[in-house]
Design a protein around this ligand. Structure first.
Ligand code: 4NP
Length: 149
C-alpha cells in the first residue's frame, strides 16, 4: 500500500503545506497531507507569500486548507514529519496509548547534519531559504517514500 505521510508545523499555512507540496510532486505514489498543532488558521489556504514562492518553483499549494493536528492522525498515517522541537513535543503529547507511528523531524532527512529545525518564514520572511531546506530534506526522504506501508 502507498505510504501515507503527514507533515506538521504550527500554523499549517507555511512550512507543512510547503513540505506537502514538494513531497507530493516528488513522490506522487504516496498519500500526503499536512496539519498544524494550533487551530489558529483552520480552513485557510497557505499564506500568500508562501504560495507565491512555491509557485515560482512549480509547486501549487492553492488547493490546500489548514487543519489542526489530532490524536487520530497517528493511526491514519505511516509517518509523521514535524518542522521543529515544539511541533515534536506538541504532537507527541497527543499520541494514543499503544501507537508506535514514527514521528520525525524533517531535518533528520537532510544529507548533512547540523540543522535541527526548519525555520518559520512567517517570522523570518525567508520563504526561499525554507523552500531550499524543505527540498533538500524531501530528497533525503527518497528511500522512505519508496518503502511500503
Ligand atoms: P507555520 O508558520 O507554522 O509554518 O504555518 C506560522 C504561521 C502562522 C503563525 C505561526 C506560524 N501564527 O502565529 O499565526
Amino acid at each position: 500500500m502507498a505510504l501515507r505521510v503527514l507533515f506538521v508545523c504550527l500554523g499549517n499555512i507555511c512550512r507543512s503545506p510547503a513540505a506537502e507540496g514538494v513531497f507530493r510532486r516528488l513522490y506522487p505514489a504516496c498519500v500526503t497531507d499536512s496539519a498544524g498543532t494550533s487551530g489558529w488558521h483552520v480552513g485557510e489556504p497557505p499564506y500568500a507569500p508562501m504560495q507565491k514562492a512555491a509557485r515560482r518553483r512549480g509547486y501549487e499549494l492553492s488547493d490546500l486548507r489548514a487543519r489542526q493536528f489530532q490524536s487520530g492522525d497517528f493511526d491514519r498515517f505511516d509517518l509523521i514529519v514535524v518542522m521543529d522541537a515544539d511541533n515534536l513535543e506538541n504532537a507527541e503529547a497527543l499520541r494514543p496509548a499503544g501507537n508506535d507511528t514514527p514521528l520525525r523531524l524533517m531535518t533528520d532527512f537532510l544529507d548533512e547534519p547540523g540543522t535541527d529545525h526548519v525555520p518559520d518564514p512567517y517570522y523570518t520572511r525567508d520563504f526561499d531559504g525554507t523552500l531550499d531546506l524543505i527540498e533538500r530534506a524531501a530528497q533525503g526522504m527518497r528511500s522512505v517514500a519508496s518503502s511500503q506501508a
